[in-house]
Design a binder for this molecule. Structure first.
Ligand code: ZN
Length: 129
């Protein structure tokens, strides 16, 4: 992922380097602790915020109330939530693509693969990385 994203604003601009949101030394915007698992890009005022594993679920649940342009996370809870919302009628190709994406980013995720995600990967016949 070498994508570069530039947010322009009258009062300045913010550049997202497209790097992993999981940064051991980055500071959490909410609690100030070190070690983040998610990055949030806001439209106005343009800003990039980072969150730790404890704060991210709380922030994520309130995303609809903020001018969020994009967010990236390496929290397994996001994957678990995505899988729980996946309709049973989802096309096999979509499920396979999702499994491939999960396997491709598993190395960068926060912590070990949760059982629910392991079961999903086994069901789609792609073991965890
Ligand atoms: Zn925090």
């Amino acid at each position: 992922m070498n994508r570069k994203l530039f947010l322009q604003h009258a009062h300045g601009s913010v550049t997202d380097d497209g790097s992993s949101p999981r940064k051991p030394k980055a500071m959490c915007t909410r609690c100030g602790c070190r070690g983040t698992v998610a990055r949030l890009i806001l439209r106005s005022p343009p800003a990039i915020e980072r969150y730790c594993r404890d704060c991210w679920p709380l922030v994520r649940d309130a995303l609809a109330e903020r001018p969020v342009q994009e967010y990236v996370s390496r929290a397994w809870s996001d994957v678990e939530r995505l899988l729980s919302l996946l309709p049973p009628t989802t096309e096999a190709a979509t499920v396979t693509a999702l499994a491939a994406e999960i396997v491709a980013t598993a190395w960068d995720m926060d912590g070990p693969v949760p059982p629910i995600v392991q079961e999903f990967l086994l069901r789609t016949e792609r073991g965890p990385a």
